[in-house]
Design a protein around this ligand. Structure first.
Ligand code: M6R
Length: 609
């Protein structure tokens, strides 16, 4: 997720932009840049890596001027590099643009603009924007606002954009669609930012732009219009929270912020890949990747491994290819039966997990094709794979994975549908139903998150426990594992997961009076069997927290507490259920007063074997 800041006023723009970008550092980024109007032209400085690299470049060769835009980039299209970092400019340098989001149709636009003579200097989706504005500017008699409007109606996807034009040094234009953007109000100066912290040391008065709105900003005023040209009157919002809270968007911890970001992260990961009218687009991955493949091995660690377990069911059910899922650290030493007819899917949020990398390298040496699912563009996993599918969760800061896991699930479901479509192994009608429901998933996750207050109340009843057991069958078992891992990681409560049917083969000996059991029962085909398992533990005195939906709840006669999540297709239930378990772990840990974002002994990226 990138960050935007913009300034127009009488002060030194470069200083304000860099100070604003510093406030966005917590989001994570791979490069940063600014463009400033220096009285004659738009001068650009950009550097790969930390902000201090940009600061050093600016100290050697300062930019002076009173209007500018700045950006921290988290790569999505094109590797992290200086040429791919923002701002991007039109060919003659007349326009400079910073952009957050994804331009889905950039491929077509790039081709059309190239045919008109545009020369692109980066691999980004963003670069089409300044060229497109420039094209319309030339054809609109030099009208800055009209050129911007004409350009943005051709863009599909999500965007927050800040634009400067050399011919209009007193004007900064900002546009928003599906990506946050605010205008900060000062005296004789105004600002734009993707996040409040970027401008909080300068002003607390902000205007929130809505989708499809364009703000024309000068140092003395702001006018907002909708795309159709109608003026928009927006109330000024006074920010009351401090900078630290602002970085967390007003949330107490990054983990809870990231739980709340899941509907957007999932929608971003689906966007441009899934539609009802066309086969799934699995980024640059061609159907040939499945040619002659007779099995799939998924390798991953931690939460990514749990996503892989869901992937096994989804792929086997839809694409009818046998799938095995292995912990990367085990796969490496198991003399795997991987060969040239194997597709290995490596799942890794960070793209740097040592065991997963080693597993990939082994798979390649055995002749397999390797597909990576990762959240970090340009990561080692991404670079070494034969094909890569990016999740668009944005930077995940909390050690406990939440939104990255949800987007890994989405990625693997998309792969299952992609493979089913390529191989023709599931009827188009069934795939249509699954695709429609996948498009609805962001809304369902929102509904699950809306039960937060009830889950917080429930956490108060169980947070002092020393042991908890998670039970589930089928996909509920995979989700139970993820819920249990979350609890362990941040609350340090001992917890284990069992498949419902395994209870009587040993673990039931652990159940005694008031033992807390989380019973996940979201699959209506399996809830009858789960009911028997729940009865087995209730009979032994367990305190059962049932996680169910409207289809499965009626099947359960007895439980101590219930968390209700929205109903969805049995194959997709992990997507609607997991946020409830994340919330439960979060509130249990919060009651215990632990350092939730940085749990003891754990690191965000495990680069050692
Ligand atoms: O970056 P990766 O997805 O490869 O990381 C894998 C695990 O280390 C990670 O999922 C870990 O289990 C998380 N802390 C889970 O919350």
């Amino acid at each position: 997720m990138c960050g935007i800041v913009g300034y127009i006023g009488e002060k030194n723009a470069a200083e304000i932009l860099v100070a604003g970008l510093e406030k966005l550092e917590y989001r994570g980024y791979d490069s940063a840049g600014i463009a400033v109007y220096d009285g004659a032209s738009l001068s650009v400085r950009k550097e790969l890596g930390r902000l201090k690299n940009l600061e050093e470049a600016l100290s050697k060769s300062p930019l002076t001027g009173n209007a500018g835009i700045g950006h921290t980039r988290w790569a999505t299209h094109g590797m992290p590099s200086t040429k791919n970092s923002h701002p991007h400019t039109s060919m003659d340098g007349k326009f400079a643009v910073v952009h957050n989001g994804i331009i889905e149709n950039y491929g077509e636009l790039r081709e059309a603009l190239t045919n008109k003579g545009c020369v692109f200097t980066s691999e980004t989706d963003t670069e089409v924007i300044p060229h497109l504005i420039d094209y319309h500017y030339e054809n609109n008699g030099g009208d800055f606002l009209r050129a911007v409007k004409s350009a943005i109606v051709s863009l599909t996807g999500s965007f927050a954009i800040g634009i400067l034009c050399k011919d209009f040094p007193d004007t900064l234009i900002a546009v928003r669609k599906d990506s946050p953007l605010i205008v900060g109000l000062g005296k004789g100066e105004n600002f734009i930012a993707s996040d409040i912290p970027a401008i909080l040391s300068e002003t607390r008065d902000v205007l929130f732009l809505d989708d499809g709105e364009i703000a024309v900003i000068t140092k003395d005023g702001v006018s907002i219009t909708a795309l159709d040209g109608n003026p928009v009157i927006r109330d000024v919002h006074r920010v009351t929270f401090n900078e630290n809270a602002a970085q967390k968007g007003g949330f107490e911890h990054f983990m809870i912020k990231e739980i709340h970001e899941q509907p957007k992260a999932v929608a971003d990961t689906l966007r441009g890949r899934l539609s009802l009218s066309a086969p799934v687009k699995f980024d640059g991955i061609e159907p040939e990747i499945l040619k002659d493949i007779d099995k799939i091995h998924i390798i991953a660690c931690g939460s990514a491994y749990h996503a892989g377990l869901v992937g096994k069911t989804a792929i086997e059910r839809l694409a009818k290819i046998p799938v095995s899922v292995e912990l990367s650290s085990e796969y490496r030493y198991n003399n795997p039966l991987t060969d040239s007819k194997t597709l290995v899917i490596a799942i890794s949020q960070s793209g740097e997990t040592a065991d997963t990398l080693a597993g990939m390298r082994l798979a390649k040496s055995l002749g397999a094709r390797v597909l990576a699912i990762t959240n970090v563009v340009g990561s080692t996993v991404a670079r070494e794979a034969s094909g890569v599918f990016y999740t668009y969760a944005g930077p995940e800061i909390s050690v406990a994975s939440t939104k990255a896991y949800a987007t890994q699930l989405v990625a693997i479901y998309l792969f299952a549908v992609f493979a089913a479509e390529v191989l023709g192994r599931t009827s188009p009608e069934e795939l249509y139903t699954i695709k429609s429901e996948l498009l609805n998933i962001p809304e369902l996750i929102k509904q699950t998150i809306s039960t937060e207050a009830e889950i917080a109340a429930l956490s108060k009843k169980i947070y002092k426990e020393t042991d908890m057991y998670y039970l589930g069958r089928g996909l509920d078992y995979a989700v139970a594992m993820e819920g249990s891992l979350k609890l362990k990681e941040i609350s340090y409560i001992h917890s284990e997961t069992y498949a419902g049917g395994e209870l009587k083969h040993g673990p039931i000996a652990l159940i005694e009076d008031k033992t807390v059991v989380l019973a996940i029962s979201c699959d209506k085909d399996l809830c009858g069997k789960m009911e028997s398992n729940i009865k087995e533990v209730i009979t032994r005195g367990a305190f059962v927290v049932l996680l169910a939906n409207d289809a499965t709840k009626p099947m359960h006669a007895e439980f101590s507490e219930v968390i209700t999540v929205p109903e969805t297709l049995p194959l997709l239930t992990p997507l609607s259920a997991v946020a409830a378990l994340q919330l439960l772990a979060y509130y249990v840990a919060k009651n215990l007063g632990y350092d939730i974002d940085k749990p003891r002994n754990l690191a965000k990226s495990v680069t050692v074997e």
